[in-house]
Write a protein that binds this ligand. Structure first.
Ligand SMILES: [Zn+2]
Ligand SMILES: [Zn+2]
Length: 181
């Protein structure tokens, strides 16, 4: 898609688009330094492209976005800058009829996205939701991370320790317990 204009943020005024016939389109490029996701999580360096298409009940957003989220390795607690790439298509429903200002019936859909009453579409809402889904459940600094030793606490990526044979025993004990079940 050919970007038509670059947005300084993730909010789009769709008043004109809502006045067009179904199928009317706009393409945008967007960038946002930081989008708060959930609690302490922030998606930074957000950028992407979106095509907005007029539908019967609002605007369909067809977007590709990328950003970086700072996480912690679950094994060694080192900082992990995780790159997320998102591609999604979701409809934003109009709350009011654009010409008359009359309220519109809510869509028959769970947790729909809405265009505000002053015709602003906040793509950040959708990016937030899809970024949380795309978040790794078990972030790792590297796939082969050895983690912190549970016994002596050293970072085993940096310092080998002699607790390892004991850890091996524990693993076999856990396996035996599984086999006994
Ligand atoms: Zn690690
Ligand atoms: Zn150790």
């Amino acid at each position: 898609m050919v970007p038509r204009a670059t947005r300084p943020d993730l909010t789009f005024n769709v008043a004109q688009l809502l006045r067009e016939d179904i199928g009317g389109r706009r393409n945008y490029e967007f960038a946002e330094p930081a989008l708060e996701l959930d609690g302490a999580l922030v998606l930074r360096d957000v950028r992407g492209v979106v095509r907005l298409t007029r539908t019967a009940s609002g605007v369909l957003a067809d977007a590709r976005a990328a950003g970086v989220v700072d996480l912690e390795c679950i094994r060694c607690l080192a900082a992990v800058a995780e790159s997320l790439s998102l591609a999604f298509r979701d409809e934003f429903h109009a709350r009011v009829e654009v010409n008359t200002g009359m309220p519109l019936p809510p869509p028959d859909e769970d947790d729909p996205f809405f265009i505000s009453e002053n015709h602003m579409l906040d793509l950040g809402e959708a990016i937030r939701e899809y970024a949380l889904i795309a978040m790794p459940m078990r972030p790792l600094c590297k796939p082969e991370c050895l983690g912190l030793c549970a016994s002596c606490g050293v970072d085993r990526n940096v310092t080998p320790c002699t607790c390892q044979e004991h850890r091996g025993d524990d693993r076999f004990a856990a396996l035996r317990a599984l086999l006994d079940d």
